[in-house]
Design a protein around this ligand. Structure first.
Ligand SMILES: [Zn+2]
Length: 63
């Protein structure tokens, strides 16, 4: 969980887990756009690369 605070007045807006979030501050009306840099996002891509690597191994196996 991450505490989301207004970038303008520092008011606490929410506590959440997020990738991308757009939240309007009720106090000052500033729209806060937040982006979480999660290492989890790159994980599905790594498994995709493994599949591609496995395919390139097959022609060698056939001869
Ligand atoms: Zn605010």
């Amino acid at each position: 969980m991450e505490t989301i605070r207004c970038g303008n007045c520092r008011k606490k807006l929410a506590e959440a887990e997020f990738i991308r979030l757009s939240i309007k501050c009720p106090r000052c009306g500033v729209i806060n756009q937040l982006k979480a840099v999660e290492p989890l996002i790159s994980m599905p891509r790594a498994s995709e690369n493994e599949v591609l690597y496995d395919k390139s191994n097959h022609p060698l196996d056939r001869r």
